[in-house]
Write a protein that binds this ligand. Structure first.
Ligand code: HEC
Ligand code: HEC
Length: 507
């Protein structure tokens, strides 16, 4: 597949083109319009993505489009096309606001890690491409949190940088440094980190950037919910306080991200915070075209980002343990986007519809999930479905804040987590120890029971943002499916696995 669109020229994306072209463009942007137009009438060819070639023919339309993306602008991804729909009344994604500005001291903007082409996060493949194009100098490659550790890293040569940023280029991981909170029920016995950063007072966790889009469906901000927690001076997101709570949390998040990731010396101004939150909460991202099945709105299906932007949602809309504010009973039928494709004569469409049915109805024996079995079922196993935890209709996150440990950060993760540190925690009272690669929510609450708990993220725009899970342990959606099959002993057949992966790829 070849996508030709003159508007897709990554002026604002400091990494997408070969470095020389990028610099040429940056220079052009500083030039007077007549010279810019004259130079731009030439044609530059960019081979941007590994799998799909993107040919951007530079014409006069470019000069007008360089500061925005037209609404529903198509970005190719490994299995088709991802698009963003913005509810901005101007009808386009403005690329000039503070989200795209360098508000700190290290050249980064929010867009360094939250890219429109990558479902508003970063795919590892594109990070690797940025490394290659910039010889590891693109602003995402900064030792504050982009490298495997923040000290004793040799970033003076390309080879040194390749080693220092290996978790970022192979798994898309950012180092999140957090300390055990005062009054915690546990202490850190030891850290065994293959990259240094063995300190026990500040722990290094390696996490995937979450999408900065589809935010109005969030029931908690960040993997560990730390931007929606009293411990950080932010608000828990609840039905009566939503969406005011979310907007305040996101404003707080924008301050932390600017001071942290961008190493700013001062917080963004209230106007900048407002502009960032306003910008990101208008974005809806989803897969729009599948290479095999075609448009995800063909034959009556309602995939793609515009239907998502009108999807009804409120906190607790479909909670399985009785937290719907109106007492409405939980429905396991989470996704209905591809109902019209049931019985389709087209192979790819029929497979996707079968995958949706598996998601909605395949029985899963759920046992040992901290935050679910222990919290609501006295520790006994329950029979559920994918939707027991991914309950928000056509969105797929949990509709109330529900930190869970499904074992992704445990040493027993069948996908393998040998590239991560092993952190040994000791309970202060009984003295028991536990080993994990990421204590998750426990580093916010200090609670032993919260070790390893993270949120289930929104399941839209997945194809554009591999790898998956908070620690990038699933390189592909098939890996995700295999994880579930092994962890919960579901017993999926090869066909069921393929159908479920095909379905996840069109969300
Ligand atoms: C260096 C990379 C990087 C930069 C720069 C960055 N982020 Fe992030 N962002 C992340 C990571 C990693 C996470 C998840 C961290 C976690 O949960 O512990 C995240 C999470 C988020 C989330 C939470 C989404 C959710 O589902 O909870 C939002 C919103 C967000 N970032 C917005 C921003 C904004 C706004 C900026 C600029 C002010 C920004 N980010 C800059 C890496 C980055
Ligand atoms: C017991 C609760 C639970 C069940 C059941 C469950 N999930 Fe999840 N899911 C989660 C949690 C929690 C995460 C985040 C885990 C992490 O990253 O550590 C997650 C993450 C994911 C992700 C990764 C998203 C991303 O952005 O990286 C996908 C995809 C996914 N689940 C699909 C499924 C499918 C398909 C099923 C059914 C076969 C399923 N889940 C069943 C709780 C659950």
């Amino acid at each position: 597949m070849k996508i030709v669109n003159p508007a897709l020229v990554p002026f604002r994306h400091d990494h997408l083109g070969p470095r020389s072209i990028r610099h040429e463009r940056e220079n052009l942007m500083r030039e007077k319009p007549n010279r810019r137009t004259r130079l731009l009438t030439g044609s530059l060819t960019l081979v941007v993505f590994g799998v799909l070639a993107l040919i951007a023919t530079i014409g006069s339309a470019l000069a007008q489009n360089q500061t925005s993306l037209s609404n529903l602008f198509p970005f190719p991804d490994p299995s088709g096309v991802v698009k963003t729909f913005t509810t901005d009344p101007r009808g386009k994604v403005d690329l000039t606001g503070p989200f795209f500005q360098q508000l700190g001291t290290n050249g980064r903007s929010c867009a360094s890690c939250h890219q429109p082409s990558d479902g508003w996060t970063v795919s590892a493949a594109h990070v690797q491409a940025r490394f290659t194009a910039s010889a590891g100098l693109d602003p995402i490659f900064r030792t504050v949190d982009g490298s495997n550790c923040d000290h004793h890293m040799d970033v003076s040569s390309v080879a040194g940088r390749a080693q220092a940023y290996s978790l970022l280029t192979t798994k898309g991981l950012i180092r999140i440094a957090l300390s055990v909170p005062a009054g915690a029920e546990f202490r850190v016995d030891s850290v065994s980190n293959p990259y240094g950063c063995n300190e026990t007072n500040t722990l290094s966790m390696y996490r995937r950037p979450l999408p900065a889009a589809n935010l109005r469906f969030l029931s908690t901000v960040m993997w560990d919910g730390r931007e929606s927690s009293s411990q950080t001076g932010t608000q828990k997101i609840t039905y009566p306080t939503n969406p005011g709570d979310l907007l305040l949390d996101l404003a707080h998040q924008s301050v932390d991200a600017t001071l942290g990731h961008a190493q700013a010396t001062a917080a963004p101004t209230p106007d900048q915070q407002k502009a960032i939150v306003n910008f990101e909460t208008q974005l809806f991202v989803a897969q729009a075209v599948d290479s095999n099945a075609g448009s995800l709105q063909s034959s009556g299906a309602t995939g793609g980002p515009e239907p998502l932007s009108t999807q009804s949602f409120f906190i607790g809309i479909n909670d399985p343990v009785g937290q719907n504010p109106f007492g409405t009973i939980f429905s396991p039928t989470i996704f209905t986007l591809f109902n019209p494709w049931v019985n389709s004569s087209e192979t790819a469409k029929a497979s996707i519809a079968r995958g949706q049915t598996i998601f909605n109805s395949k029985p899963i024996s759920i046992a040992g999930v901290a935050g679910l079995n222990d919290a609501f079922f006295s520790g006994t196993p329950i029979v559920g479905t994918c939707g027991t935890c991914h309950d928000a209709f056509n969105v797929g996150n949990h509709s109330v804040s529900a930190p869970l440990n499904i074992g992704v950060g445990d040493l027993t993760n069948p996908l393998g987590v040998g590239y991560l540190p092993v952190i040994t925690l000791r309970n202060l009272t009984p003295g028991a120890t536990v080993q994990t690669t990421d204590p998750g929510r426990a580093l916010i609450t200090g609670k032993w029971a919260d070790i390893g708990k993270v949120k289930g993220p929104i399941l839209r725009g997945l194809a554009s943002r591999a790898p998956y899970f908070h620690n990038g342990s699933a390189d592909t959606l098939s890996d995700v499916v295999n994880f579930y099959d092994l962890r919960f002993g579901i017993g999926l057949t090869a066909q069921e696995k393929a159908d479920l992966a095909a379905f996840l790829a069109v969300l």
